[in-house]
Design a protein around this ligand. Structure first.
Ligand code: BES
Ligand code: ZN
Ligand code: ZN
Length: 495
């Protein structure tokens, strides 16, 4: 557990057992304690410290008769772009905190650096540091039989003036939402079923007084959600189509967030090979992110309406599963041939997109989905795939990705790929033709058939939702991809 607060005194006057430093190659950051430890530079040098990016040195010193730790992490030359340097700052800051945790430090103090080179203002930096502190602290231990005692650490952020507690509060709210989203996604699929997600949605609705609509499978069938029902058909677990609404009294705009909620994707009758099925509990990461986003919105109450739509199902093979060659009819009357039951995300999202547009007339729809393995091939685990026809929206989301660290890269949503989803028997087919390649784009082109007139962007988080390597504050499992960028998007739209 970490809690963050603004230090009441200066860096050195704050009573702590851990003093945290981020240093560039000139060791500028030592200035604040130079007068107390005049030979620190020489001591660091003796420890082979050069200030190289990510280099970490721990020293023990004495303060008022007790031992304290000094932790130094290098920032390097800081010659990169503002957004790369901001990302390295997050990681190096997370490194300081993770080191503090290992050393069982209970009160750590950190001097907030100058926001200037990061292209953001001081409150934004404080918000991001707070949120990163929460992300760095996340561990998924709920299913370990032996629970180790949780270490409690308080981080004191020192600054020249004592403003910034509002920014800390916002950072904590977003940080806690990322933790919530990650633990939902990390929860094993025998527990995190569609009903389980419905219960979590109920909790959020109750806590923040949001409106929740749960559409059960019989009703979905009656309504004509043929895509949702086709995927839901094979499972003993009832699918749940969740709609969570936040309405701001004076809002002029509505943002719809649609999240893929496949709580386990076996592929269905088009069964995945075992090695590809492992990890498919994460196929509900879009829905988990949507729940996190709505909880932030419920707590911060921005001046914009937000609706989260989460079709939640299990994709399993059984006697009642939908079959290859089957045709599904969606909520808008369009039809698709199910050539591959493993391309199930687009089937449930199709109904969700139609539902969003028909019921809320939103100003914008953004979907978050672990949609295609092809996205992992093209962008790996580093950038989310962004597909939209709307250049302005692409620009906005691109910039917010860089600012928040929840990054994306645009792929072309171009008509030339359209023949890949032509069908001989239905309007379209759910599996893009192999010889066209570009599986992420053909997946997005399928979805496009279900948005009539609303600006829409599709974020394929297949690679970024879990298993990201080399980013310490994202850990090993779920990452809450989509939460940071969407919260920021919503907050900017509320102004
Ligand atoms: N959930 C998967 C996509 C996925 C793959 C997410 C790997 C994360 C990691 C999705 O439902 C799927 O299986 N897509 C198929 C589509 C194909 C059959 C057209 C794919 O990507 O192979
Ligand atoms: Zn699938
Ligand atoms: Zn899937």
């Amino acid at each position: 557990m970490i809690s963050v607060q603004i230090a009441k005194q200066s860096f050195w006057d704050t009573a702590a057992d851990g003093y945290l430093f981020l240093l560039n190659e000139n060791l500028d950051g030592l200035a604040q304690i130079q007068e107390h430890y005049p030979n620190l530079e020489a001591i660091l040098e003796k420890n082979q410290y050069t200030g190289k990016k990510g280099q970490c040195v721990v020293l023990t010193g004495e303060r008022d008769g007790s031992l304290v730790q000094f932790i130094f992490v290098g920032l390097g030359k800081q010659e990169g772009s503002w957004h790369d340097e901001l990302e390295y700052l997050r990681r190096n800051f997370a490194c300081l905190l993770q080191r503090s945790k290992k050393l069982k430090i209970t009160n750590a103090v950190f001097e907030v650096p100058d926001a200037g080179i990061y292209n953001i203002d001081a409150p934004e930096l404080i918000k991001q540091l707070t949120l990163t502190a929460h992300m760095a602290d996340y561990e998924f231990t709920a299913f370990k039989s032996k629970q180790k005692q949780e270490h409690e650490i308080t981080l004191h952020l020192a600054m020249d003036d004592a403003s910034g507690s509002d920014a800390v509060a916002v950072g904590e709210i977003i940080g806690r939402a990322t933790t919530h989203t990650r633990s939902l996604a990390d929860t094993p699929p025998n527990v995190a079923t569609p009903s389980y997600l419905a219960e979590r949605a109920q909790e959020i609705a109750k806590r923040y007084k949001l409106k929740l609509t749960i559409i059960e499978r019989e009703e979905a069938l009656k309504m004509g959600m043929g895509g949702f029902c086709a995927v839901d058909a094979g499972s003993d677990q009832d699918g749940k189509f969740l709609v969570l609404e936040y309405n701001a009294p004076k809002a002029k705009k509505t943002i719809a967030v649609v999240g893929k909620g496949v709580t386990f994707d076996s592929g269905g009758l088009s069964l995945k090979p075992a090695a590809y099925m492992t990890g498919m509990k994460y196929d509900m990461s879009g829905a988990a992110a949507t729940l996190g986003i709505l909880s932030v919105v419920g707590e911060l109450k921005p001046n914009v309406n937000v609706v989260g739509i989460m079709p939640c199902v299990e994709n399993l093979p059984s006697g009642s599963s939908s079959k290859q060659d089957e045709v599904a009819t969606f909520l808008n009357g369009k039809t698709a041939e199910i050539e591959n039951t493993d391309a199930e995300g687009r089937l449930i999202l199709a109904d969700a997109l139609v539902y969003a547009e028909q019921n809320f007339s939103p100003d914008v729809i953004i979907d978050l989905a672990t949609l295609t393995g092809a996205c992992v091939i093209s962008l790996g685990h580093t950038f989310t795939g962004l597909m939209t026809r709307d250049d302005e929206l692409a620009q906005t989301l691109g910039d917010l990705g860089l600012k928040t660290g929840d990054r994306n890269w645009r792929l072309p949503l171009h008509d030339d790929y359209k023949p890949a989803i032509k069908s001989a028997v239905a309007d379209i087919t759910n599996s893009g033709r192999r010889d066209y390649g570009a599986g992420s784009i053909t997946g997005a082109l399928f979805l496009e058939n279900f948005v009539e007139k609303t600006p829409w962007a599709h974020l394929d988080i297949a690679g970024t939702a879990d298993g990201v390597h080399g980013v310490n504050y994202l850990g090993k499992g779920a990452t809450a991809a989509g939460v940071r960028i969407m919260v920021e998007y919503i907050l900017t739209q509320a102004k």
